[in-house]
Design a protein around this ligand. Sequence first.
Ligand code: COI
Length: 354
Amino acid sequence: MELLQVIRTSQPKSKPNEGELGFGKYFSDHMFVADYTSERGWHDARIIPYGPISLEPSAMVLHYGQEVFEGMKAYRGMNGEINLFRPEKNIQRMNMSCDRLGIPQVDPEWMLEAICKLVEIDGDWIPQRVENSLYIRPFIIATEPCLGVRAAKEYQLLIITSPVGAYYSSGLAPVSIYVEDQYVRAVRGGTGAAKTSINYASSIKAQEEAKSQGYSQVLWLDGIEQRYIEEVGSMNVFFKVAGEVITPELNGSILPGITRDSVIAMLKHWGIPVTERKVTVEELFEAHQQGKLEEAFGTGTAAVISPIGAMKWGEQSIQINEGHIGAVSGRLYDSITGIQQGKIDDPLHWRYLI
Ligand code: COI
């Protein structure tokens, strides 16, 4: 499908102060929109001024949550060039999410072209400061007006972008978490591996309770035995135990994170042992008692690497690496952000130049 139309805004907005971006609070001047009907497939692709969309109150997404989304970033490189980071992976995952939610998939090449065109048009929204970036949020919603529970026949794909700074206002300072033993984020056979709003909606109550108790996030356990670690907050999770880095294996209820995949690949590239397998909470606390739990960190597009400095499980509370960021966590953060920002070599060919 061709990109049909570009309508540029006649009222460009003033840019926010780069020191106060936070995460996802400001939006650039344009957005990409395309429609889907069962008769015409994806059609009417257009880039138009960013603004409210019109939906019928009966739009199916508002009732049954048929939605998928992605998150990726564009960076301004050292010589003014614009880099994306492994965008084909996000598109592949979006199609996987679409499949799980009964939403029609998109043509990967067309989608990449749409992202690049939008980022180019709003290129002056890519922050100048190297630690900031332009967050790209593609999403698909079921727009058909109908209250029947079934796959919709009409959808809209939108891409919006937002200049962002650090996801956590505390930056790389290690966070405190507790093991969530009441709520679960996802179950086997559910939608945990898809990037869809429902997984995030179901995590919010637990997150609010954690915050009210002074913790940043919860450590999610599996939905069957509530024994195996799955994710931390909205991120994948890694532990360094006696020199080996371990992360829960993908089991259908864990999100296949692109930063997760990049961390595994980078560790292998460096020759640091890394294993994907089931990990229990007992095992971690035991490793801590034996002085073997060296580092813990979350991974995601928004924060990249988020060190975990303290963890509580029932009555037991432990500190990890004396509450400081670990050597491997720090090296991963510097390397992945260095590649994204175009500051260092890209040995695994992850940068995508627009
Ligand atoms: C990430 O990029 O780490 C996330 O999944 C969080 C995002 C939903 C804001």
